[in-house]
Design a binder for this molecule. Structure first.
Ligand SMILES: Cc1cc2nc3c(=O)[nH]c(=O)nc-3n(C[C@H](O)[C@H](O)[C@H](O)COP(=O)(O)OP(=O)(O)OC[C@H]3O[C@@H](n4cnc5c(N)ncnc54)[C@H](O)[C@@H]3O)c2cc1C
Length: 282
């Protein structure tokens, strides 16, 4: 049971969603945008979150699309992980989403909710970082479209009242050779000890990580080392891991050393696969 009452709004346009947010904010309702509700409901139940009103984005046409516009695949923020997996238009994203929680929850989790939630893993962001995706955002200040690599710094850097409307991915990235690996402590369905998404683009390897630090990331400095063919494979991997852009935690799931051990093994296999063949997936 959710131990507090809240109002529920379901606007049908972007303008109405923003207007509703502003009115509720003025009324001190601490409004929240609502995607699949999996995090809002579970955190609400545990008293880790409180809101006086939610604004469900699911009836906004722009947030529901999943289609090609010229050379871009456009995915609305209310599209669920299951819809992305079933359409399979971006196989790496489809696969990353299919390893988040279980199938029932994937039917609810939305692209926007996974990107903007408070959970540290946000695994659906990894393919977007690798493919230099664009994010369309709307808010009281208007609409803007911005590279995800500019606005996702440990988390989405949204201004008050803004929400993610769509993700745009250039077609050229949809068919790049890729590898997705998720290592959990025990069960297949669990939070990641280490998740790596990697993609071969123009002969170079791009890699993005979740579970390694307390935020998901793609590091161009790490990629430079991974692609440094003057070094041995072992040196490339060790130098890349040394550039991890945050603290690698030691916790109940595993020690920092254990995570690095897993990273080494996974990166070794990823590089062998991407450099050894034209098409790859896991
Ligand atoms: C059992 C379980 C296991 C899970 N395991 C994993 C895992 O291993 N890896 C992983 O990455 N995730 C995992 N998740 C998913 C994660 O914890 C969140 O529940 C999920 O990503 C939230 O998506 P949602 O669409 O339900 O968002 P909601 O609960 O609707 O919203 C989450 C947050 O995002 C905001 N928000 C939603 N949509 C937008 C938008 N369009 N623009 C701006 N802000 C928005 C909301 O205001 C809220 O703050 C798991 C979830 C569960 C329940």
């Amino acid at each position: 049971m959710i131990p507090f009452d809240f109002e529920y709004y379901r606007p049908e346009s972007i303008a109405s969603a923003i207007d509703t947010f502003q009115q509720l904010d003025t009324a001190e309702k601490q409004p929240m945008y609502y995607g699949g509700g999996t995090e809002i409901i579970s955190m609400g139940r545990m008293n880790n979150l409180k809101t006086g009103a939610v604004i469900d984005l699911k009836d906004i046409a722009d947030c529901k699309v999943m289609e090609f516009h010229q050379d871009q695949l456009v995915i609305g923020s209310s599209v669920t992980l299951t819809q992305i997996h079933e359409a399979n238009l971006f196989p790496l994203l489809a696969q990353a989403g299919a390893r988040i929680a279980d199938h029932t929850i994937q039917n609810k989790i939305t692209m926007g909710g996974n990107l903007c939630g408070t959970i540290i893993y946000k695994e659906a962001v990894l393919p977007l970082l690798l493919s230099d995706s664009l994010v369309s955002i709307a808010g009281p200040g208007g609409k803007r479209t911005i590279p995800i690599n500019s606005i996702f710094k440990e988390r989405m850097q949204l201004d008050k009242g803004e929400f993610v409307v769509q993700i745009k991915i250039e077609k050229q990235y949809l068919s790049c050779p890729y590898v997705h690996v998720k290592q959990t402590k025990q069960d297949k369905i669990n939070y990641p000890l280490v998740t790596i998404c990697a993609m071969s683009v123009g002969g170079g390897i791009r890699a993005a990580f979740s579970g390694v630090c307390d935020f998901p990331f793609r590091s161009t400095a790490m990629e430079s080392e991974l692609n440094n063919l003057a070094l041995t494979l072992e040196e490339r991997i060790d130098k890349a891991i040394a550039l991890t852009p945050g603290l690698i935690p030691t916790n109940l799931e595993g020690s920092a050393e254990y995570r690095k051990f897993i990273m080494r093994g996974l990166l070794n296999s990823i590089i062998n696969r991407l450099e050894g063949s034209n098409v790859s997936n896991a």
